[in-house]
Design a protein around this ligand. Structure first.
Ligand SMILES: Cc1ncc(COP(=O)(O)O)c(C=O)c1O
Length: 387
């Protein structure tokens, strides 16, 4: 099946007990056993069945299975958020006293997790520019347990060559982990480029309507088995959230197509605007990662960032002047969202760190929605006129 058919049907069948085409919500915390021996057999894993929703639930399991199918992975596990999913990987795969190597441009919450939370578990992080293959390879130490990248990266849309990073990781017998939140499996499937583990914030395009927080990890069965110990940590998902994400996934391909089309038009408009210094969109030939993006993605996605002339103050004026675009963090919603990374999503980076990795004070990030592009452009044009 092609990916746009898979998002509708992949891993899913009508409910076997009722024939319901949309799986009913199993809104229950616990499941009745037939008798004492049945319960004991389920706990011993001698028989398959449901025990307790933190350990497994039909909606949550179907979602994990569907996302594994979409990414071309063997298995998946869903979490209460993308951040919990990322932490799960680091905690279970890297482990105490070890190191991870991460690209230096990642979501600010992930950066905060690597800088402040992982050290509490004894894990250290080495930040590198993963587009520089030599730098990446040299940063791997004997205690390095994995490489982590986002591509396209939040917020500068930096594009990293997945296959090259995988080659380096495998040379050192460690896995490559890719945060595929910006691209979605409709546009990029990192496992096809030899990545080992894929993580998503499901909060974004996968759920797609800005109404639920969740995360997922997909990969080989043994990796997911390793992560399942986290059921005892309690970072699990919930049946209604899983149902919302399953519903959102049905329209993922058509939404992403529209997001990408709108983003490309917006990027082209911004590139010619006199108040705009620089546009960051991997679909523009001016983007340094354009050729790699063309190779590893089927389209360029719905995220656009740009620097306005006049730095932070000019960016603030623009954000305060728009009417249709909603001033909010998060991304991948039907609605266009606009934000200022340096003071919002990436405020965990100090001003110096922002400058070092290229998150400029005047950088504005837009999650381009599925509205009519003429209205989005008109709104931004009005805002830019105010600068
Ligand atoms: C690329 C990326 N990864 C992970 C996350 C974290 O996801 P969540 O907010 O679901 O914890 C985000 C959130 O914005 C993100 O942009």
């Amino acid at each position: 099946m092609e990916i746009d058919t898979k998002v509708v049907h992949g891993g899913q069948h009508p409910d076997p007990s009722t024939g319901a085409v949309s799986q009913p919500i199993y809104q229950t915390s616990t499941f009745a056993f037939k008798d004492a021996d049945h319960g004991a057999r389920l706990f011993k894993k001698e028989e398959k069945g449901y025990i307790y929703t933190r350990l497994g639930n039909p909606n949550i399991d179907l979602l994990a299975q569907k996302l594994a199918v979409l990414e071309g992975a063997k298995a998946g596990l869903v979490f209460s958020s993308g951040s919990a999913a990322i932490f799960g990987i680091m905690f279970c795969i890297a482990g105490k006293g070890n190191n991870i190597v991460s690209d230096n441009i990642i979501y600010g919450g992930t950066y905060a997790q690597f800088m402040k939370v992982l050290p509490k578990t004894g894990i250290t992080t080495t930040f590198v520019d993963a587009t520089q293959v030599e730098e990446l390879e040299q940063s791997i130490k004997p205690d390095t347990k994995l490489i982590f990248i986002e591509t396209p990266a939040n917020p500068t849309l930096k594009i990293i060559d997945i296959a090259k990073c995988a080659e380096i990781a495998h040379k050192h017998n460690i896995p490559l982990v890719v945060d595929n939140t910006f691209a979605t499996p409709c546009l990029q499937r990192p496992i096809e480029h030899k990545a080992d583990i894929v993580v998503h914030s499901m909060t974004k395009y996968l759920t797609g309507h800005g109404d639920s927080i969740g995360g997922v990890v997909v990969g080989k069965e043994e990796v997911i088995k390793e992560l399942k110990v986290l059921n005892d940590l309690g970072a699990c998902y919930n049946p209604f959230g899983a149902w919302l994400t399953l519903r959102g996934l049905k329209t993922l391909a058509v939404r992403v197509e529209r997001h990408s089309k709108n983003a490309m038009e917006l990027a082209k408009f911004l590139e010619t605007h006199s108040k705009v210094e620089k546009v960051y969109y991997p679909g523009l030939a001016s983007h340094p990662g354009y050729e790699i993006a063309r190779r590893q993605m089927s389209d360029f996605g719905g995220m656009v960032s740009f620097e306005v002339r006049g730095g932070r103050e000019a960016g603030k004026t623009l954000i305060n002047s728009v009417k249709l675009c909603i001033v909010a963090v998060s991304l991948g919603d039907t609605d266009t969202l606009i934000e200022h990374p340096a003071s919002m999503t990436h405020s965990s980076y100090s001003d110096e760190e922002c400058l070092k990795v290229g998150i400029k004070p005047g950088l504005v990030r837009i999650s381009v929605g599925i509205e009519n592009i003429k209205d989005i452009i008109a709104d931004l044009e009005r805002g830019l006129d105010k600068i």
